[in-house]
Design a protein around this ligand. Structure first.
Ligand code: ADP
Length: 405
């Protein structure tokens, strides 16, 4: 007869008394609905260390430990919780120590049990409730942050629409007014010129509105994250900008990139905007774009370096804001939304984007993405050109690996 797979919960018992630990272990073993993977620590210090290394789903904490009491344990657990998922704690107290238990709950414990009265049912209920409560709080906190973020975004949007769309609209109004006067005075020879100026403003306004729409389309907050191969993403981005790559004799070289958890479409847009900019803001030499990566246990850092005109220090802050572009770059095509979209994509993935640059010496755009051990393996590949003058335009290979060789 096969035993059905039971859901597993990983609990850590922190108690210096081996007999008590054995009692709890036995109670956990009796559960018919789930399997408990039980870890044990005989001191507070060992327990804290195991919270960091073993990532238990719940801690069963004896209040009286040889090296610290339960309250101190909770205080020392708090900074750890900022680095790891929050660990729910169920405090075990002696009879008559309920006031201590209440203080423990105020300090972050989810529940308490009185040692002598613990049964299999009460133990299991306390542990599962603690886990559910923490997970619910975490979801609430995420929703609160998401609300705050989207409120900020809405405010930014309102500002963009009222501020940046006003200018072309004012020009259109002025030109219509002028046309009215010209018609009135029958000065038809000037009509063409004024109408053209008006049309230019309409085109500019449409461009801005399209960009606002593009910006609003960068979603992902609600969609589930999927394993994404950044090599494929980069390949797609390069294919999308292959015409400009070809036109300016640009060369794109890339290290093998990792897998991440994310949204492929947003990440493609991210690479695309950065490569596009590296070519748009090129210097006198043919554009050379180097994409490198550094992977740590918690994050991958991707760098996109170019040999272009670079960025003035005073412009570094604002270039990631919507429709912000240095005045001296007003002759370049664009509206100033590209990097803002990049920032939004990276932040939606829980990362950060920043730039290092010197005028005349190129720019290095860096962004980080959280590493997920389960998906992070980088496929082996040589550090070879990904695209140059003609390759991407004419040989857009469907397989990201084949595009590198
Ligand atoms: P846009 O290119 O439409 O202005 P972006 O948001 O993509 O919008 O870029 C904002 C500004 O940042 C640009 O106007 C430019 O001044 C600067 N910038 C972006 N990428 C680069 C780069 N690779 N090299 C130099 N300057 C850059």
């Amino acid at each position: 007869m096969t035993v059905p797979d039971l859901p597993t919960t990983r609990v850590l018992i922190v108690d210096d008394n081996p007999e008590d630990r054995e009692v709890f272990r036995r109670l956990f073993r009796r559960s018919a609905e789930r399997r408990y993977e039980v870890l044990e620590a005989a001191s507070g210090a060992q327990g804290l260390q195991m919270c960091g290394s073993e990532l238990p789903e719940c801690v069963l904490l004896d209040y009286k430990l040889p090296d610290m009491d339960g309250l101190e344990f909770l205080t020392r657990l708090a900074p750890l919780d900022r680095q790891h998922p929050i660990v729910p704690v169920v405090m075990i107290t002696g009879v008559g120590n309920e006031d201590v238990a209440v203080r423990a709950m105020k300090s972050g414990a989810q529940d308490y049990l009185v040692k002598d009265g613990v049964t299999q049912a009460s133990l299991q209920r306390a542990v599962q409730n603690a886990i559910e409560r923490v997970s619910l709080n975490r979801r609430l906190e995420e929703q609160r942050r998401e609300l705050q973020r989207s409120n900020r975004e809405l405010q930014q949007f309102a500002f963009i629409i009222s501020h940046d769309l006003k200018q072309p609209l004012a020009t259109i109004k002025y030109n219509l007014h002028l046309l009215q006067r010209l018609a009135h005075e029958r000065r038809t020879s000037e009509v063409d010129e004024v109408a053209s100026a008006g049309m230019e403003s309409v085109a500019r306004m449409l461009e801005l509105m399209n960009d606002v729409l593009e910006f609003s389309k960068v979603g992902g907050a609600d969609a589930a994250l999927e394993p994404v191969d950044l090599n494929s993403v980069l390949h797609e981005a390069v294919t999308n900008v292959s015409a400009v790559i070809s036109q300016h004799g640009a060369r794109v070289e890339a290290d093998p990139l990792p897998m991440v958890l994310g949204h492929a479409s947003g990440l493609t847009q991210l690479f695309q905007n950065l490569i596009d900019n590296a070519i748009k803001y090129r210097g006198s030499a043919a554009p050379l774009i180097r994409i490198t990566t550094q992977s740590g246990p918690r994050a991958h850092q991707i760098t996109i370096a170019d040999n272009g005109i670079g960025i003035e220090p005073k412009d570094m802050e604002c270039i990631f804001d919507a429709f912000q572009r240095p005045r001296r770059h007003s002759d370049f095509p664009g509206t100033g939304i590209g990097l803002c979209i990049c920032k939004k994509v990276v932040e939606r993935h829980g990362g950060r984007i920043w730039v290092e640059s010197q005028p005349g010496a190129g720019s290095r755009f860096h962004f980080s993405l959280p590493a997920d051990a389960a998906v992070s393996a980088a496929p082996p590949s040589a550090n070879a050109p990904l695209a140059d003058t003609t390759e991407a335009a004419h040989h857009a290979a469907p397989d990201p690996q084949s595009a590198r060789r």
